[in-house]
Design a protein around this ligand. Structure first.
Ligand code: S3P
Length: 169
């Protein structure tokens, strides 16, 4: 079995839920980057974005990824949806966080799942559905670039996704 695995994908694609279940099945630690960042920053990601801006958040995110990538040991890592925006993060994901699984859901499915979400700063706009479409168009190629496996999440239960990931380890 691989010693670690990493989940990437759009916000709301199920990374945290699938990751938590997968780690439980594998009997290893689960690390959720957003949760760790909130602990470090001492506030919610949304508040941090509002106070300090996205660029400051991305710097913390990249620093945490570099630390996690350097740590040995079996973990399931759930990343934030924007982690693939930086080329240095993408390189680290490919080389030090393998295998990487892209949980792929399209913008409209995600909009449906997140329509009541108030937590994600990037979606606090007048037209979140359009925003998600733009984000998806920009990021889908980036998720594909880092992914060793692409898993379509449409109509798949959490347990089915966990099994499909586990089969590749
Ligand atoms: C972001 C996604 C969030 C979080 C931050 C930025 C993004 O993580 O890191 O709000 O740029 O898509 P999730 O993908 O876990 O929602």
């Amino acid at each position: 079995m691989a010693t670690r695995c990493t989940l990437v994908g759009m916000p709301g694609s199920g990374k945290s839920t699938v990751g938590r279940h997968l780690a439980r099945r594998l009997g290893c630690d689960f690390v959720d980057m957003d949760q760790q960042l909130e602990q470090r920053l001492g506030c919610s990601i949304r508040s941090y974005f509002e106070a300090r801006g996205e660029a400051a958040f991305r710097a913390h995110e990249a620093a945490l990824l570099a630390e996690l990538a350097a740590q040995p040991g079996p973990i399931v890592l759930s990343t934030g949806g924007g982690v693939v925006l930086r080329a240095d993060n993408r390189a680290l994901l490919r080389t030090h966080c393998a295998p990487v699984f892209y949980l792929r859901a399209n913008a409209d499915e995600i909009f449906h799942r997140l329509r009541h979400d108030r937590k994600r700063p990037l979606l606090q706009v007048d037209n979140p559905q359009e925003r998600l479409r733009l984000l998806f168009r920009e990021r889908d190629p980036l998720y594909r670039e880092v992914a060793h496996y692409v898993m379509e999440t449409r109509r798949a239960s959490v347990q089915a996704l966990v099994s499909r990931v586990q089969m590749q380890l």
